[in-house]
Design a protein around this ligand. Structure first.
Ligand code: C2E
Ligand code: MG
Ligand code: MG
Length: 406
């Protein structure tokens, strides 16, 4: 439990009235250590005092001398390790942009509030606040792995697939699962793909990694099929896998060896880097589609040239990136991007999957839009294969008895 009186708050706003108001709201919420500053440079002076550190800063964006954007940069320079809330009369997009900026500087951004501040909204933000030093993620040491360790992990079979369910938005029925690789590190526990995929790509190990994931996923698909749990299984493929024409033969043989059909599998392609050899990739993807593998464009809207890929490649599924899904119901910018992606996919006759459905608001919103399938923590977190059958029975019993679906 957080002891409210031990937490230090720093309020930065050029309007004395706002400072008074915020300060009053905070003390009504039970926080007592509050420091108010009328300018960014004042606040930085405070932060430089050896016996002072702020756990949370409430920052105005539009200030005459040093504005909020500059202040955020100064915080980053000083390796500020507390959290930050933006409080501003600027419109939502502006607040979001500054929030994003803070995130890119690795500052824990708790959210942003419109002025005049509604005490209830502030209290909601504070209720979900986990100070960074109490957060598992920041405590967990981020280890920098090197390529030899990743090579060894592949050889020693330390990679395992987790599977995250995808459900039909209208009926709630489970329609598929996405395989997401994890590295079960013997000492450090579970290591997530963002810590090793890019290394595997950069050092020529991505084919070996993909083979390990594909073989496990295909064998698992067969087991589910044999147990009457038919569902599509999606596998993430790196653009770097598409450099060799052998990839098509490899995939068709792997499916045949596992006793499954290519149409049981969806290959998710992320355009996260510029393609080296565009024509080879196009040929490989077209041939995979001809063999009836499903092709999905992953993280749509975040890559270098999603539109060009759509024009050139016969994708049959589009995954709307989680950045445009979570919070979409209450955010005009996200909604515009979400709707545009959905319409585009529908006009191209593609199935749509929304990623990052984190709460009931996201779910209800999707249901009003005609998106086909949903994936995200609201439905289920990725889990080991062995947990899937039980999860499906629980979920299906749950949707029958709840108002999640019609
Ligand atoms: P992705 O393919 O877009 O996968 C979705 C990611 O979002 C997964 O992260 C998943 O755990 C996470 N996620 C799912 N639901 C939610 C939600 O509601 N909220 C939030 N915030 N996140 C959610 P994960 O497993 O860490 O994977 C990250 C990325 O690593 C994947 O993004 C994919 O691009 C890559 N990746 C994962 N497995 C493989 C693989 O076998 N091969 C390759 N080449 N890339 C992989
Ligand atoms: Mg994916
Ligand atoms: Mg994605």
């Amino acid at each position: 439990m957080l002891e409210k009186s031990t937490l230090k708050f720093l309020l930065v706003d050029d309007e004395p009235f706002m400072l008074k108001l915020l300060s009053r709201i905070m003390s009504n919420l039970g926080y007592t250590q509050i420091t108010s500053c009328e300018s960014g440079s004042d606040a930085l002076d405070w932060l430089e005092q050896p016996d002072y550190s702020a756990d949370l800063i409430l920052l105005d964006i539009n200030m005459p001398e040093m504005d909020g954007v500059e202040f955020v940069r100064e915080l980053a320079k000083r390796h500020y390790s507390g959290s930050l809330i933006l409080v501003s009369g600027e419109n939502e997009r502006m607040r979001q942009t500054v929030e994003k900026l803070g995130q890119t500087y690795k500052i824990t951004m708790l959210g942003h509030l419109q002025k005049p501040v509604n005490p209830e909204e502030l209290s909601k933000l504070l209720a979900k606040w986990v100070p960074p030093w109490l957060n598992d993620y920041s405590l967990a040491q981020k280890v920098d792995y090197d390529v030899d360790q990743i090579r060894a992990a592949i050889i020693n079979n330390e990679l395992v697939n987790y599977y995250q369910p995808q459900v039909d938005v209208t009926s709630g029925k489970v329609v598929g699962v996405e395989a997401l690789v994890r590295w079960q590190h013997p000492q450090n526990g579970m290591v997530f793909p963002d810590q090793f995929i890019h290394l595997a790509e950069d050092y020529g190990l991505i084919d070996d990694l993909t083979h390990a994931v594909v073989e496990a996923a295909f064998a698992q698909t067969r087991i589910w099929r044999d147990n009457n749990l038919y569902q599509e299984v999606s596998v993430n493929i790196s653009m770097n896998n598409l450099n060799s024409l052998k990839f098509v033969d490899y995939m068709t043989t792997a499916a045949a060896n596992a006793g499954i059909m290519p149409s049981d599998i969806v290959l998710e392609i992320t355009e996260s880097r510029l393609m080296k050899d565009l024509s080879a990739s196009l040929e490989i993807l077209s041939r995979l589609r001809l063999k009836r593998f499903g092709l999905s464009i992953d993280d749509f809207g975040t890559g270098y040239s999603s539109f060009a890929l759509l024009r050139n490649i016969p994708f049959n599924e589009l995954k709307i990136d989680q950045r445009f899904v979570h919070g979409v119901a209450s955010n005009n910018t996200l909604r515009a991007i979400y709707n545009a992606s959905l319409t585009l996919a529908q006009q191209l006759d593609m199935k749509t999957v929304a990623e990052g459905v984190e709460d009931r608001e996201d779910w209800n919103f999707l249901r009003s839009t005609g998106c086909d399938a949903a994936q995200g923590y609201f439905i289920a977190k990725p889990m080991p294969a062995a947990k899937i059958p039980n999860w499906i029975s629980n979920w299906e019993a749950n949707i029958k008895s709840s108002d999640l679906c019609i």
